[in-house]
Unconditional design. Structure first.
Length: 297
């Protein structure tokens, strides 16, 4: 019979086996990669929540309160409040002092100025025009360029008697309206030259400017003063005053003004109303992201 072999003592694991065993054991040291991933997930989550809040505020152009906002984005009030507070400090949203409702902030218009369409312009211009009409008692208008003419995209009526009946969407010639002259004054010299070459300055009333040289002289004065007048040039019974509205680049994006009957819009009245119109245009320019309103036309 063969002798039974003596059992060999257990061999120590090789370096390779020790390494494999070590990978199976939980480490007591913090994993740097795991911490970085956790921070990244938290950052992405915060960004997602912030954009959800921003998008919801943008959908409520009349503003939205904290409780309703929190409910719509599915967050606790405290979480929504702290995220909104950060965005308010950055300017991307703003909180109304009285109602505490959140609204979109001005820097967003600077970021998305190229996408600023007429609908948003109307939404921003209308409440300012309403204030302007209440303060002056006259009809308020905001117009933008449309080819060689101007189109009124927002208007309001004042409390005074004999208000104008112009409707939104009405197109007016540029050369014989205060709104149109502001737009013409904002054109580059070569653009204005081409305008005068292709457009016939047809008279609407006896006071309409039909001589290009006279129009150029008036536009030079408008560029200096940043204010335009229409003294019965489109409607013989109506006088108007208009000023430019700027965007964040300092370019003129439209014209804001008021119109009223000639017997009420005296020279003295127009001069006093002009300051109010300028203040309203500055407010609207600020809503469009303009930092200042001193750039000449």
């Amino acid at each position: 019979m063969k002798a039974r072999a003596k059992p060999k003592p257990a061999e120590k694991p090789s370096a390779t086996r020790r390494s494999a065993i070590a990978r199976l054991l939980p480490s007591t040291e913090p994993n740097i990669d795991d911490e970085a991933e956790e921070r990244q997930r938290a950052g992405v989550q915060s960004l997602g929540r912030a954009f959800a809040i921003l998008e919801e505020i943008a959908r409520h152009r009349e503003g939205i309160g904290l409780a309703e906002l929190s409910k719509l984005v599915g967050l606790h009030n405290s979480t929504t409040f702290h995220l909104a507070k950060t965005m308010v400090s950055l300017g991307y949203i703003r909180q109304e002092r009285d109602s505490k409702r959140y609204r979109v902030g001005r820097p967003l218009f600077a970021l998305a100025a190229s996408a600023l369409d007429e609908i948003e312009m109307v939404n921003l211009a209308t409440p300012i025009l309403e204030d302007l009409s209440r303060e002056t008692g006259e009809s308020g208008h905001f117009a933008v360029r449309m080819g060689d003419a101007v189109i009124v995209i927002a208007r309001t009526s004042g409390p005074g008697a004999f208000q104008l009946t112009d409707r939104v969407g009405v197109v007016r010639p540029a050369h014989c309206t205060a709104l149109g002259k502001i737009i013409l004054a904002s054109l580059r010299p070569d653009q204005l030259k081409r305008f005068l070459e292709r457009v016939e300055l047809k008279p609407s009333t006896k006071k309409s400017i039909t001589d290009p040289a006279v129009l150029l002289k008036e536009i030079a004065e408008i560029r200096r003063s940043a204010i335009a007048f229409d003294d019965g040039e489109f409607n013989p019974e109506v006088r108007c005053v208009a000023v430019p509205v700027y965007n964040f680049t300092g370019d003129v994006v439209g014209a804001l003004g008021i119109s009223g009957p000639i017997w009420r819009m005296t020279d003295q009245m127009i001069q006093s109303r002009a300051k109010i119109v300028k203040a309203a245009a500055n407010r609207l320019s600020a809503e469009f992201g303009a930092a200042s309103f001193t750039k000449p036309l």
